[in-house]
Design a protein around this ligand. Structure first.
Ligand code: NAP
Ligand code: F7E
Length: 331
């Protein structure tokens, strides 16, 4: 039975990756950082089938100890301070975890067992103020936030350890991917959860920032499968995972509200509080290398993604079908 160690298992991607690896008959070890309140909601359904262990990307000794004790075949480094706006208010923490955390894990692998295969969760935020469209593996980086800068460091240290120590280390350059397990602070989930709250009568407005930026949005379970495919390839390489389509924040909002028969303009308030000091205006990825070499493809369209997220949030708030579709409700 192959064994995988996942950092960030309590997050969106970590939880889907754990689901996927269990289906592939992996032994899954999930790294949890100590906190005074548990944060296991995304892995509750599998907690009896995985091993949860304590560790932190800030603490090298904890990583070395985990690798020595559990001897994984594969390490998926998904842990990060991943919310872009926080990276301006906590730039040093973001650098410690999202950038130097990668070096700590790579160094732990170098020290304990150089045969461990390593996946680094790199990001389309590295392309930032884009130099070309669509963005591909060779597109030059121009990050626009401390988060993006940290991810560029994480990408290059992964490439460097691969070239310096002959590690099987890969960098997955993933474009935005979403799901009902997405954190409530990210735009897509903020919108779909906001729509569900309005339908449920719990609120009447949704305050958002820049509606004009464009993102390439896919469905998270497709992307975690791609991570695994990268580590099964016969040589370490870097891959873009994306849908190849781009949509504005405004389009996301319109479809989400439209799905429940509402006009977004009656509910959305643009609030400059949510503007960023520097914005990434346009992201659209070219996933052709991943398709050609790994056979990876996305399976959920943009519209399906928005709708499935709205439906999941409605179900979570236990909104019934008639309430959802009736045009006569006084919102
Ligand atoms: P997420 O939901 O924010 O999860 C982040 C995870 O990192 C959580 O499990 C968190 O633990 C953990 N973590 C944070 N600081 C840590 C530390 N110091 N030590 C150990 N664990 C720590 O993120 P996600 O959306 O699943 O994304 C997974 C990875 O892919 C991240 O590296 C992200 O930057 C990257 N990425 C995401 C996307 C996307 O669209 N989702 C696209 C490209 C790249 P707690 O639960 O304790 O906070
Ligand atoms: O913002 C705009 C905002 O926070 C998307 C992370 O997973 O993907 C994610 O980063 C867009 C931005 O994601 C609000 O200005 C408008 O243009 O959902 P987001 P992100 O910043 O693209 C990348 C690939 C990662 O690697 C990151 O870890 O939406 N926007 N109004 C808003 N965004 C938020 N959060 N909240 C708003 O009210």
């Amino acid at each position: 039975m192959p064994k995988a160690l996942i950092t960030g298992i309590t997050g969106q991607d970590g939880s889907y990756l754990a689901d996927f690896l269990l289906e592939q008959n992996y032994d899954v070890v999930g790294v949890i950082r100590r906190s005074s309140t548990g944060n296991y909601s995304r892995i509750q359904h599998i907690q009896d089938r995985i091993q949860m262990v304590q560790g932190d990307l800030i603490d090298l000794a904890s990583l070395i100890g985990l690798l020595e004790e559990h001897r994984p075949d594969e390490v998926y480094n998904l842990a990060a301070q991943s919310f872009v706006p926080i990276s301006w208010s906590q730039p040093i923490l973001t650098g410690e975890v999202t950038a130097l955390g990668v070096t700590r894990m790579l160094d732990a692998i170098r020290i304990v067992d150089k045969d461990i295969r390593f996946y680094q969760a790199s990001s389309s935020e590295m392309f930032g103020k884009v130099r070309e469209a669509p963005q591909r593996e060779e597109t030059p980086f121009y990050p626009r936030s401390p988060y993006g800068v940290a991810k560029v460091y994480g990408h290059w240290i992964t490439v460097n350890y691969r070239e310096s120590y002959d590690l099987f280390a890969v960098s997955g350059m993933l474009f935005n991917h979403e799901s009902p397990r997405r954190g409530l602070e990210f735009l897509p989930r903020k919108v779909t959860h906001g729509v569900a709250r309005i339908v449920a009568g719990l609120s009447n407005e949704l305050r958002l920032g820049n509606l004009d930026s464009r993102r390439d949005w896919g469905y998270a379970p497709d992307y975690v499968k791609g991570m695994w495919m990268m580590l099964q390839h016969d040589q370490p390489d870097d891959f873009v995972l994306a849908t190849g389509e781009t949509h504005t924040v405004g389009e996301f909002v319109r479809i989400a509200f439209g799905h429940v028969g509402l006009d977004w303009e009656n509910h959305v308030v643009v609030d400059p509080r949510y503007y960023r000091p520097a914005e990434v205006d346009l992201l659209v990825g070219d996933p052709s290398k991943a398709k050609r070499i790994l056979g990876w493809e996305h399976s959920v369209s943009f519209e399906e993604l928005v709708q499935l997220m709205v439906d999941a949030d409605l179900a979570m708030l236990e909104v019934t079908e008639p309430q959802r579709t009736s045009p006569n409700i006084n919102w």
